[in-house]
Design a protein around this ligand. Structure first.
Ligand code: HEC
Ligand code: HEC
Length: 343
């Protein structure tokens, strides 16, 4: 019941926002309303459009906040020893993630979960694998204090920025009442991240009416994605990112593996046994360029990840044809950033 609640909140929000043209310009509100329940028994009975939605065109935040946020995103001063910026682990020229199983923070410290891409993260209903940050603003300051990432004290970082005349000036101009503060720092970073949407993926062009934008094989893969039940979890405009689900619905993915706290998922947040191994269903946008996969980076290739999903989430051994078609479809989810397809 809790999962259904979690799930219906963003749908309701979409439905409400879908009413106003300037906000979700391209989102048909009736399609948003028709998104099915996560465990809908017969997905194949629903129309294509109902489940996966094109990337919405959203009003971007104020350009000067975005520009400040972009500088901060690339700013090594946000780390304790001026060695690591957000972009170190989320390089935008490389799919918005570092391509490593576990990211490396200050002094070579290794994290314990795989870095997700920052592209389209704004579409997620919560941030982090375990959903512990409700918004981009709430997320933005957490890496600064994470001992395995930027390993700093927020107050020290604010002082560092206040002592930098250029930042001091720009912050005061944009946030006259507060200058450099925890709030303005998070606001600027999140403003930039809200522009990190990757439009013009072949699949979006297809959904928007260009039926030739994806191959016949990819179209068959899209139907397979819906019919097999992948779309019961990976759905909406993010093709994921709008619900929590257990990793290992049909079989225990963690059986025989050494215990790791990070594998406990939302259990670490709620303490509820029913949340053990429950994670945010990740967005599959740009998934072809964001290997390795899963919160633990345990799948090196997309084919491996798809097979594991078939087995552990759907209880099915995928045929060679299933794999081929699903991979062809997933390749069409790669969008563009600044006029270039992500890679
Ligand atoms: C040392 C590497 C590292 C640095 C530096 C880093 N991140 Fe991350 N980022 C990660 C990892 C790993 C995760 C996943 C953590 C988790 O889910 O618990 C993550 C998660 C995120 C997410 C959530 C995405 C999602 O889909 O849930 C966002 C947004 C993000 N980071 C933005 C930032 C910003 C902004 C900064 C700079 C202030 C930053 N990151 C600095 C490694 C890093
Ligand atoms: C019951 C819900 C559910 C179903 C059904 C499901 N998934 Fe997933 N999927 C998840 C969850 C949860 C994760 C994250 C698991 C983790 O890393 O802890 C995930 C992760 C993935 C990833 C890795 C993404 C990344 O960035 O690391 C891929 C690829 C994927 N799923 C594809 C599929 C495909 C293809 C299907 C259908 C064959 C499918 N999924 C069916 C819930 C589901």
């Amino acid at each position: 019941m809790k999962k259904l609640l979690w799930f219906s909140l963003p749908v309701l929000l979409l439905a409400v926002l879908g009413e106003s043209d300037w906000w979700f310009a391209d989102l048909p509100s009736d399609a948003a309303l028709a998104v099915p329940m996560p465990h809908a028994a017969s997905i194949s009975a629903l129309s294509d459009q109902a489940i996966l939605l094109p990337l919405p065109h959203l009003l971007p935040p104020a350009p000067d906040k975005v520009a400040l946020g972009e500088r901060l995103f690339h700013e090594i001063k946000l780390s304790r020893d001026n060695s690591v910026s957000c972009a170190t682990c989320h390089p935008l020229a490389k799919g918005g993630m570092d391509g490593q199983r576990f990211s490396v923070g200050v002094q070579g410290k290794k994290g314990n979960v795989n870095a997700p891409t920052v592209f389209n993260a704004m579409l997620n209903f919560a941030q982090f694998w375990d959903g512990r940050a409700p918004t981009l603003e709430a997320q933005a300051l957490i890496p600064i204090e994470n001992p395995l990432e930027m390993a700093a004290n927020l107050s020290d970082i604010l002082v560092k920025l206040q002592n930098d005349p250029a930042y001091q000036k720009d912050f005061l101009q944009l946030y006259p009442d507060e200058g450099v503060s925890a709030h303005s720092l998070a606001d600027a970073l999140a403003s930039y991240e809200r522009t990190l949407l990757t439009y013009n993926a072949p699949f979006d062009r297809y959904l928007n009416g260009a039926k030739q934008a994806i191959s016949a094989e990819a179209q068959a893969g899209y139907l397979r994605f819906v019919d097999l039940g992948c779309a019961s979890c990976h759905q909406g405009a993010g093709i994921g990112g709008n619900m929590f689900q257990r990793f290992g619905v049909m079989d225990d993915y963690f059986r025989g593996k050494p215990f790791r706290q990070a594998d406990q998922g939302r259990y670490n947040i709620t303490g509820l046994e029913s949340d053990r191994h429950v994670f945010k269903v990740p967005s599959l946008r740009n998934v072809a360029v964001t290997a390795p996969y899963f919160h633990d980076g345990s799948a090196a290739t997309l084919k491996e990840a798809v097979d594991i999903m078939g087995r552990y989430q759907l209880g099915k051994t995928l045929s060679a044809e299933d794999e081929r078609l699903l991979l062809a479809f997933l390749q069409t989810l790669t969008g563009e950033w600044r006029g270039q397809a992500l890679r």
